[in-house]
Design a binder for this molecule. Structure first.
Ligand code: FPP
Length: 245
């Protein structure tokens, strides 16, 4: 029997090149202090900067963070509006810092439902940071893994219907090329804070071979030291990508 193909055996040891984070626990952090949930999100936003800036010294070239899911619209109107305002302020405030620190910013998710002002800022920061390469920061906004695969499939189906793609030639690489993440490597390590052990529709396709770390710390308390410790643990693991090495 032919041996199964080994997918991407590029980083069996060493640190993770691409880390993805589900930043959970802002609400509980605020609640524990008797504060509104938005205060927790604000504290969470401050943490983002510290974690992004820790990436180069840890050898992390790609950082992808889950900021707003396709399911988060179900939260109260006050919280959703508060989060959208926070994203706008974060992008505006960090613009200079992205340039000083060589951070390239990208967004994944369905932008169409986001307010125009926010979409414009997203376009602006993507264009402005296009030439940066120290850290590739990807922010998932109105993102859901299933939604992403559905949107990719729709675009692929249109190309098949138009005769641009031969359906018999469609394989994993073809579909991956239609995903929002088509220019990014797959994540090596996915971290979720706040003690919940779920992936909540985050990077479903891309994390097929990722390592997972579920950390008890709430996101606003997640320090660069804790980040370094988690990233360090990954270095000792052997990844086999389904093969016997
Ligand atoms: C989950 O915590 C967190 C979110 C839904 C929002 C994530 C947003 C941030 C960290 C803030 C800013 C991000 C950027 C990019 C500026 P939760 O509210 O579900 O917490 P809980 O489970 O304790 O209620």
């Amino acid at each position: 029997m032919e041996q199964a193909e080994v997918i991407k055996p590029d980083t069996p040891k060493g640190g993770p090149k691409h880390v993805a984070i589900i930043m959970d626990g802002n609400g509980r952090w605020a609640q524990m202090r008797g504060k509104p949930r938005l205060i927790g999100h604000q504290a969470g936003a401050r943490r983002v900067r510290a974690i992004v800036e820790a990436c180069p010294s840890l050898g992390v070239e790609y950082l992808t963070i889950f900021a707003f899911s396709t399911e988060n619209w179900k939260r109260t109107q006050t919280e959703v509006a508060g989060l959208m305002g926070l994203f706008r302020r974060y992008i505006t405030k960090e613009m200079k810092n992205f340039m000083t620190n060589g951070i390239r910013v990208r967004f994944i998710g369905d932008r169409v439902r986001l307010e125009r002002k926010l979409q414009d800022l997203m376009d602006e920061v993507e264009a402005l940071t296009e030439g940066n390469s120290t850290v590739n920061l990807t922010i998932a906004l109105n993102y859901g893994g299933r939604d992403e695969v559905a949107r990719a499939t729709k675009r692929l189906a249109k190309d098949v219907a138009a005769g641009r793609i031969d359906p018999d030639k469609v394989d994993e690489t073809t579909l991956a090329g239609f995903l929002d993440t088509c220019v990014l490597p797959d994540p090596d390590l996915v971290i979720r804070t706040s003690g919940e052990a779920r992936i909540s529709n985050f990077l479903l396709w891309q994390s097929a071979y990722a390592e997972y770390e579920f950390i008890d710390t709430l996101w606003p308390d997640f320090t660069p030291d804790i980040f370094a410790e988690v990233v360090g643990r990954y270095g000792g693991r052997e990844r086999r990508y389904g093969a016997v090495l």
